[in-house]
Write a protein that binds this ligand. Structure first.
Ligand SMILES: *[C@@H]1O[C@H](CO)[C@@H](O)[C@H](O)[C@H]1NC(C)=O
Ligand SMILES: *[C@@H]1O[C@H](CO)[C@@H](O)[C@H](O)[C@H]1NC(C)=O
Length: 376
């Protein structure tokens, strides 16, 4: 901007004043329109849905260097754990809105706040002690605190009443739980949590803590919340590399998912009946992933065992970095790195979220939600 100003003659002031008035008028009209145009979208959870918050934090859990983002429109890393778009980005695409900005992004100001925000942080879990090895990450209760802070900021922009409406009408996505297993209970042999709890007791504890998180989201105004189950944790290239001899999915982690996911679904049903409304929707991410993991060729993948980016067996050891093996065509791989699906796989998942039957989306899919909510 420096040096771009030129002296303004006094006769031009009137023109400028008119333009300013016109802009003010337009802004007055535009703000309510922005609300009417698309519903806001809020995202909470871990690396599967983080749009870049961790890039602003002192943490090792970040996707801030190439080849992350290689297929993103800018072809640069954005903090997303994907070669391109992640699940919330593709949901935003379906809503017809811009991708959610990370809450910590300095760009998230003014009207852009009305699109929603992404509070997710790679490495977090349901429990406060999950992901401590990543140092500074935004634990779930902090994400909820930021959601409150967000609402205060938006109130300053459009008033408290309109903010309430915006939040009530928004779509919310929450993805949590995987890290409570892979980065806590099963992180090391004889982990503190595994000495404290048997697996079934740990799962019950996680579900009771998760219930508090969801109840708090409801208190904060969320009224349509997609809650994803964990994926098939035993089938990710990282676990195949560390624990599988034959390339079969690791039984212990699959058992953890098989215990945890149905209990989350039951808890969601309970919450909905207590509230008397279908606020929470269970998305069966386990089955959505399992479909292409068990039959990769049917979905256009050459493999679901080997990650596109990484090293060691199944490219499943260590991080995806600029010196890792990198596949030339990311669309042929179900897994981008040792833990995270490729954009292509994310698209298959979001397609199921949109139009899946009750086996995938309970009590309803996102198309049904959008149709219902557009009528009210
Ligand atoms: C986690 O931390 C939050 C505060 O940051 C606290 O309210 C909550 O009770 C803690 N959860 C557990 C299980 O200790
Ligand atoms: C969504 O779910 C409903 C109810 O389960 C189902 O009838 C419908 O076929 C699904 N797909 C779409 C596109 O609505």
């Amino acid at each position: 901007m420096d040096g771009s100003f030129s002296p303004i003659s006094s006769s031009n002031w009137r023109t400028i004043l008119c333009v300013v008035m016109a802009v003010i008028t337009v802004v007055n009209i535009v703000i309510p329109q922005v609300e009417a145009q698309g519903r806001a979208f809020f995202v909470f959870g871990d690396s599967l849905v983080d749009n870049g918050n961790n890039d602003y934090l002192l943490t090792t859990a970040r996707a801030d260097s190439p080849p992350y983002g290689i297929d993103y429109p800018t072809h640069r890393p954005t903090g997303r754990f994907s070669n391109g778009l992640n699940i919330p980005d593709i949901i935003s695409e379906q809503l017809g809105t811009e991708p959610t900005l990370p809450y910590l992004s300095p760009e998230l100001t003014g009207e852009r706040l009305l699109v929603g925000a992404n509070f997710a942080s790679a490495g977090v879990g349901i429990l406060n002690d999950t992901g401590i090895q990543f140092l500074n990450i935004i634990r779930i209760f902090k994400q909820l605190e930021y959601f409150e802070q967000y609402q205060t900021r938006v109130s300053g922009l459009i008033g408290a009443e309109q903010t309430q409406t915006l939040v009530n009408q928004a779509l919310v996505l929450i993805t949590l739980g995987g890290n409570d297993f892979v980065n806590n209970y099963y992180l090391i042999p004889f982990s503190a949590r595994s000495r404290q709890f048997s697996l079934p007791d740990y799962v019950r504890y996680l579900v009771s803590e998760y219930r508090k998180v969801l109840a708090r989201l409801y208190e904060l105004g969320a009224r349509r919340v997609l809650v994803t189950s964990t994926g098939p944790m035993g089938c990710v290239p990282a676990e195949l590399a560390q624990r599988s001899r034959t390339g079969e999915c690791v039984v212990e982690l699959q058992r953890a998912a098989a215990l945890f996911n149905p209990q989350v679904a039951d808890m969601i049903n309970e919450l909905n009946s207590e509230i008397g409304s279908n606020v929470f929707v269970a998305a069966n991410a386990f089955q959505m992933n399992m479909d292409f993991i068990s039959n990769p060729q049917a979905y256009g993948f050459v493999t679901s065992k080997v990650a596109c980016c990484g090293q060691g067996p199944y490219n499943g050891l260590g991080l995806c970095t600029v010196i890792s093996n990198l596949c030339p065509d990311r669309d042929l791989y179900a897994f981008w790195d040792a833990f995270h699906p490729s954009e292509k796989a994310n698209r298959i998942i979001v397609q199921r979220i949109l139009t899946g039957s009750a086996e995938y989306m309970n009590p309803m899919n996102l198309s049904t939600i959008m149709a219902l909510d557009s009528r009210t």
